[in-house]
Structure formats: C-alpha cells, structure tokens
Design a protein around this ligand. Structure first.
Ligand SMILES: C[S@@+](CC[C@H](N)C(=O)[O-])C[C@H]1O[C@@H](n2cnc3c(N)ncnc32)[C@H](O)[C@@H]1O
Length: 285
C-alpha cells in the first residue's frame, strides 16, 4: 500500500487501465511538467498548439501489484493550465481507446480531440490529416509523445510527421528492450533496430564503436539522435536525455529525450531535467 501524492493519482473509476512499473511515476512527472511548460510557453507565439500521443493507452495506468492508479500521458496533457487547442490520440487496443474516450470526456469535455484507433504506423496518414493545416495566418505547432512499450518505434512514422512543425518527446527503451535483447537485435536478419533508426548503416558504426556491449544503450541513443538530426532536428547528446532507472535494482530502463528544431524548446527541457528526481513520492509499505 502507498500514500498518494496529489496531482498524479486518481481513484479507481472501474474502467480498464494499462499496467506500469513504479518507475512510471518519474516518466509521468517529467511529461506533465514539459506539457505544462510547452503549452503555456507557446500559447502566445502560435495560433494553434496540437498535442499528439502516438501510443496513448487508456488514460489511466495502474502500478503493478498495487492499487495505485496514475493519470497517463493523454489525461496529463488534458489536465494542464492552458490546454492544447487540439489533441490527437492513437491507440492500438480498442478496449483501452474506449476507456480513454470516456476519461477524456470527463477530464475536458470541450476539448477538440481526434481518436485514431489502430497502429500509429499504419494510421499515420489519418494522424497527419487530423493536424490542422498551418499557413501564414494560422501558425500551428505540434508536440508529439512517442511512448511505446519497447524499441518498436518505426522511424518512417516519425519521418512522415516531421514534415510539419512538430517537436517530439521520445521514450527510447534502450535498456528495457534493446539491451535485454541485444543478441537477437544485433543479429543481421532482425529488422527491429533498422526500423527504429531508419537505416542499416548503424551496424557498421556499432562494430567500430569503442567500449563494447555495455555501451550499446548509449550508442542507440546517439544513433536515434543522429537520425533525428537528418530530419533537421537539433543535435541531442545522451546527457541531455533523462535516463529512467528501475526502482528496485537501479537498472537503466530508458531514455526520455526531446527533439526540436528550436533552441527555446531545450530551455524548457532543461528546466524539466533540473526539476526531475528519481525518488518516487509514494511510501511503499
Ligand atoms: C507504454 S504504453 C503508453 C501509454 C501512455 N503513453 C501512458 O504512458 O499513459 C503503450 C501503449 O501503446 C499501445 N500500442 C502498442 N503498439 C502501438 C502502435 N503501433 N500504435 C498505437 N498504439 C500502440 C499499447 O496498447 C499501449 O497502450
């Protein structure tokens, strides 16, 4: 049982929840803070601010083996002081998406929301179409959260979205998935990392990378940042990313990284990193 901090915790509403580890609290706090800074900071600079969640979930998550429920990323983005002008939530599971619809209506009934059922990779055309068209008289800026369970991002999906003004917050599951499945993914025939990075040349670079296997996580983070740079995003180094670790064994799980074409976004991100703590606010008993 745990004591509940304000802001993030919610009561059981009887609807389905995704399950998360305790470390998810760190992720949610960072994302919530960045949403807040971004939406407020860009409010008077852009005509429309759009929030896109490619892997949206059910809106609430339950911490495994506890009865604690936390707001998930879409509900956090709806709960800020100056909500976005438009929201796009994509989720593969119909059950989770139905729960998200109910929670969205309850949280911000007037929000302009497009729900996209299915895989974000298959539905990227629909997602792009749902983003309001920008023009000289209607400047549109989007923030896209990419939060898959594993290193299953398809870089092609990011490339399609990057054609508009969009900043990305990406969860790079370098420890959770890529690190644990190293032997499988480095096998020449396995496409997962090729698809996530959008190239196969990383394999040659990895052979020459100093430090051996224990630096694979850092290598992947650098490679993903290089792929983003190829789309015109500013260069990001691993030390500018937040490494989230497992609570029990302090093992590296994933990097949370911001990608933007504008330095102002990194000023906001720096504030988020400064504020971030790995301490969870629950007392676990
Ligand atoms: C790690 S959870 C993230 C949930 C949400 N961002 C949060 O933290 O509250 C990943 C979610 O993505 C969904 N999912 C998995 N693959 C997907 C895909 N290709 N397209 C859209 N959703 C997907 C899963 O069903 C799951 O709900």
């Amino acid at each position: 049982m745990a004591s509940s901090p304000d802001g993030l915790c919610v009561n059981d509403d009887g609807l389905v929840c995704g399950e998360v580890g305790r470390w998810a609290e760190t992720k949610y706090r960072l994302i919530a803070y960045y949403d807040e800074l971004f939406a407020t900071g860009m409010k008077d600079k852009w005509d429309q601010r759009v929030y896109i969640d490619l892997y949206a979930g059910a809106g609430y998550s339950q911490i495994r083996n506890t009865d604690i429920r936390l707001k998930g990323s879409p509900i956090l983005a709806l709960s800020i002081a100056h909500p976005f002008d438009k929201y796009i939530f994509c989720e593969e599971s119909n059950d989770l998406l139905e729960a998200l619809k109910t929670r969205t209506r309850r949280t911000l009934p007037k929000a302009d929301v497009t729900f996209v059922p299915g895989s974000c990779d298959n539905e990227i055309g629909r997602i792009c179409k749902a983003i309001p068209q920008g023009s000289a008289g209607n400047k549109v800026l989007s923030l896209c959260l990419v939060d898959p369970f594993d290193f299953g991002i398809k870089f092609e999906t990011i490339r399609r979205l990057s054609k508009i003004f969009v900043d990305f917050v990406v969860l790079l599951a370098v420890g959770m998935d890529a690190g644990r499945n190293y032997d499988l993914y480095v096998d020449v025939n396995h496409p997962k990392i090729d698809e996530a990075l959008g190239n196969v040349e990383w394999r040659e670079r990895w052979k020459k990378y100093p430090g051996g296997r224990k630096r694979f996580r850092e290598f992947l983070a650098e490679e993903f940042a290089l792929s983003m740079k190829s789309l015109g995003y500013l260069e990001v180094k691993p030390h500018q990313m937040k490494m989230v670790r497992s609570d029990e064994k302090n093992l590296p799980l994933y990097y949370l990284a911001l990608f933007s074409r504008h330095s102002i976004a990194f000023q906001l991100w720096e504030q988020v990193l400064k504020y971030s703590t790995d301490q969870t606010s629950f007392s676990w008993e």
